[in-house]
Design a protein. Sequence first.
Length: 724
Amino acid sequence: MGIPGIFGNGTNGGHVFRFFRVGGFDQVLLESGEDLANLDKLDPKLWVALACPVKGLEFDEKTLSLIDSDGDGRIRVPEVAAAVKWAVSLLKNPGDLTRGAGEILLSAVRDDTPEGAKLLESAREILKNLEKPDSPHITVEDAENAWAALDRTRLNVDGIVPPDAARDPAVEAAMRDIMDCVGSETDMSGEPGLSQELVERFFEEAAAHEAWWKLGEADAERVFPLGEETERAFEAFSAVRVKITDYFTRSRLAACDERAAAALGRSEADYAAVAGFDLAESFEELARFPLARIAADRPLPLSAGLNPYFAEAVRDFAARVVTPLLGELSGLSYENWRFIVDRFAAHEAWRAETGGPAVAKLGRARVREILDGPFRGEILSLIESDRALSGAYESLHDVERLARYHRDLFRLLLNFVSFSDFYTKRRPAVFQAGTLYLDGRSMDLCVRVDDPAKHASLAGLSRVYLLYCDCARKGSEERMTIAAAVTDGDADQLLPGRNGVFYDRLGQDWDATVTKIVEHPISIRQAFSAPYKRLARMMSEQVEKFAAGKEKAVHDSSAAAVSSAGDKAGGAKPPAKAAPPFDAGRFAGIFAAIGLALGAIGTAVASVVTGFMALKWYKIPFAIAGILLVVSGPSMLLAWLKLRQRTLGPLLDASGWAVNTRARINIPFGRSLTSMRKLPPGAARLLTDPYAEKRHTWAYWLAGLLGLVTGAALVYWRFFAKAH
């Protein structure tokens, strides 16, 4: 069954797909527009991949993002099928997609459907704006240039306009003031801007603010007792109101009881507490002290005798409020204070009913300037122009999408619906990151890796010999990790820490260092020689151990001799050691054991040689082949079985794919993925090596002579001695 709504009932709907077999499984052959038009009817079980990541592929990431309709970072079968269906619906000939061309002929776009006609009109408008009105085709680059031009207008169809979209500096300044009062929204480019809702809100607040001002002006004598200076005077009054009220309350309380004066002022202990500090007028603790010395019914001094913390504020109050209302005074009585409070009562009540508080920070003059100016119409016109581009934006989006699909979509199909690119080797597959050169060979199957440890745990199931390499570019902070498949040669010199060079798909070179190896058989040739190499390695290790032991014994003996000589030279006599008694029985047993061992070895060798020489001459090659088969056969058989199990699936699954089949990497195909070092055809080769080790000809002559004597003896024994 197919996926409901996407693949119907899983049938091909009458269209017959062709398949080709490679990699051990059948893959669909996509070669015509009919194949693409019916791709949504192909059973998903026949797709090679069910999902792949958007990032980390050698493929245009913007195109993959457009196909990834749900934006989850992965592309799945329904999304690929939907992308193909959409592109096919807009082209007169769906087969155009198979060419992978970077430009779309305008004549190839369908104009008999509303969507196609709209897209075609948008494409022509784009070309016109790019001063290419006569161009018969449009490219991905044209669409990108159109986006850049649209971005320069700062209008991008979301109904939110940033201040720098305004051409008039006065309008831009007004927009910034409005944003300062009512906030902003973020447009598609990430810049703060104004929407129609915010603009309307500001002007409603501004109108309320203006109405509030007019209400105060209607009763100006009471609300503005000092005219235009009332605002600043009220601010000076408010700054000291609490402390002046506190002062007169204390002085009046002291008038009730003379004993209260001392208690209502601060005590000597309070002054002593601050005496140890470096005092300044702004010292915070001084704010807790009274405004002036407390005495019964004492007027508040307006210049001398004030708490330093409030002295400047009181002087400002005297200049802005007391003098304009009461004339020059040296001290303020309680009655004067009550008069001032009453004079500001109406203004205070008016301020409490502030209209449009959100815009109050601009001041009445700026608010009235914005209200009376052309700013509202200008800003709303910009917003309307921004919205008017929505149709062009949508069409531009579709133009770019179709251009990208026209160029890239078919290539994705050849790496998703089938692995045609990988198995036919017409071009590298999208998951092949580049080529690693190391140890006299090049490895083409390299994939990007984010977490080597996690990747290796799954990729190891592919039965492929893998090298994990950290790659870095000289003079750059770029870093990446790759997993390279070794599919030919041997593993003798493949070790962690070895360095190579990795060339990515752009031809850039990276320094590559092997950090981790996942071992599996590489080739049957390697398996044939493996037992002998292991035997040679074991013998070499044993010889090294024996030599090291002998060297240590000689070193210890020499050290003991030197120490003994030193003791003798110094007059010290080493303690005499009693010689162990001679054990004749043990000595005889050792020699007997050695004799038995040599006898057994000699008997075995003689038996093998006798049996070998007893064979007919034509059976000798078969005997040699049998010996080789006994030694190398198990290793070769095991390698052959594992090489037959090599598959691409786990390697890609570990990188975020969902491979839907067992994509085999057999021995012949594996050899094509790893190239061994070899001289080019027709290359001349000079065999003279000036640094070659000198050959001793007498050794070869001696070896040849011994060979001849041995051969002659064997022939005599075989054919003449047995006859007698």
